[in-house]
Design a protein around this ligand. Structure first.
Ligand code: PLP
Length: 404
């Protein structure tokens, strides 16, 4: 495991090119690491061909690079086998894949349990499944600070419950989900567990076997990799029992005029040409992440998060959303300043070279539960430093004066 360099900023080409930019929107999209860009360029200039088709050397090089990327993703998640890794276009596509393919194994009356804290991409696919099949969709409520309130679990988790699909880390409140309690309750009734890891992966490699879940979804663009690629991990026997979602080339065993039979996973779930170069770039970013000292990264992220929260708490009228500073918190900090629209705040901050997101963050049910329609969010990643936090606090003081 390599030591953490003092500043990682220079390893990110966009940040290196824009030294005065304070990028605090990594929960929306992280900046791409140089190794991922280099890997894409190298692949496109040495091994660009389609995969699982050609027998010439270039095609074999593409096959090798793509399957190596699968192996890297499997190591990053500590999956049982690379065959459990399905490349998708992102977390949204991965979640829709489960809602369709696993969803097609459900019947009217079966229950899917999600939570009020979900991003719309882990909310709407289940509502659509409910419309299609008549499943029951139940919600885990949230506490006043937006954390999943597991007090009602015993009522929601009976033998009708077939799947619990929740976020691993909230994109609004920065709250980590208590996965162990959920998994224990799900196992008792034979329900499967899906984690939406879109936010979590930016804060380190994950161990799906230690988590004890059945599905894990994430996007490359949120973990220092290119856009247009994501991963769905599924436990081998669970994937094997699922019908395909999308149909086309690459996902069949045989096609005749009468019938089609499916390939085994993961190919069964990768219809059409996959995001090959993007997967190679993703693997490079994951490899780089696996070489970091995550204890140091977390200590640094927590310190910056604490500094930010302390500063925000000094702003009169500002309401912080999400849990207090504690071990169960990631550096995603949302806040509301009554009377000021987040879009206005973000525009003024932009004039100070601060990039933050304001809006509903694709989590309207959660925001409604927290009593706001929109909010401003600062999300801290491993390349941020104290200068970014001080710039934000100064920028907010300026914005408050400007907009008052
Ligand atoms: N889930 C969560 C918690 C997210 O924060 C996001 C994106 O912000 C998604 C899912 C969807 O990710 P993508 O847009 O990369 O598919």
């Amino acid at each position: 495991m390599s030591a953490m360099p003092a500043s990682l900023r220079d390893e990110f080409p966009l940040l290196a090119a824009e030294p005065d930019l304070h990028y605090l929107d990594s929960a929306a999209t992280s900046q791409i690491h140089r190794s991922a860009m280099d890997a894409v360029l190298h692949h496109e200039t040495t091994s660009r061909a389609n995969v699982s088709r050609g027998t010439y050397r270039l095609a074999e090089a593409a096959d090798l690079a793509y399957e190596r990327a699968r192996q890297t993703a499997a190591r990053f998640l500590n999956a049982g086998s690379p065959d459990e890794i399905i490349f998708t276009s992102g977390a949204t596509a991965a979640l829709n894949l489960v809602a369709h393919a696993f969803g097609n194994t459900l019947q009217a009356g079966d229950r899917v349990l999600i939570s009020v804290a979900e991003h719309h991409s882990n909310f709407v696919p289940w509502q659509m499944l409910r419309e299609r099949t008549g499943i029951e969709l139940a919600m885990i409520p949230v506490t006043a600070s937006g954390q999943l309130d597991l007090a009602l679990l015993p009522e929601l988790m009976d033998s009708k419950c077939r799947l619990v699909a929740v976020t691993h880390l909230s994109n609004v409140t920065g709250a980590w989900t208590d996965v162990a309690t959920l998994v224990e309750a799900a196992r008792k009734v034979g329900a499967k567990v899906l984690l939406d890891g879109a936010q979590a992966v930016q804060h380190g490699p994950q161990d799906v076997r230690a988590l004890g879940v059945d599905f894990y979804a994430f996007s490359g663009h949120k973990c220092f990799a290119p856009g247009g690629v994501g991963v769905l991990w599924g436990r081998g026997e669970v994937l094997a029992a699922m019908p395909p979602f999308l149909a086309g080339g690459g996902m069949i065993a045989s096609v005749s005029l009468e019938a089609t039979t499916w390939a085994e996973p993961p190919q069964r779930f990768e219809a059409g040409t996959p995001p090959i170069a993007q997967a190679v770039g993703l693997a490079a970013a994951l490899e780089w992440m696996m070489g970091l000292d995550w204890r140091q990264v977390h200590a640094r992220e927590s310190r910056l998060c604490e500094l930010l929260i302390e500063g925000l708490q000094r702003i009169p009228g500002l309401r912080l959303l999400g849990p207090e500073m504690s071990a169960q918190r990631a550096p995603i900090v949302s806040f509301d300043i009554p009377g000021l629209h987040p879009h206005d705040i973000c525009q003024v901050l932009d004039t100070h070279r601060l990039a933050l997101r304001g809006g509903h963050h694709c989590a309207q049910p959660l925001l409604a539960a927290l009593g706001v329609e929109v909010c401003t969010r600062a999300s801290i990643a491993l390349y941020n430093d104290e200068a970014d936090i001080h710039a934000l606090l100064d920028g907010l003081t300026f914005a408050l004066r400007e907009l008052a």
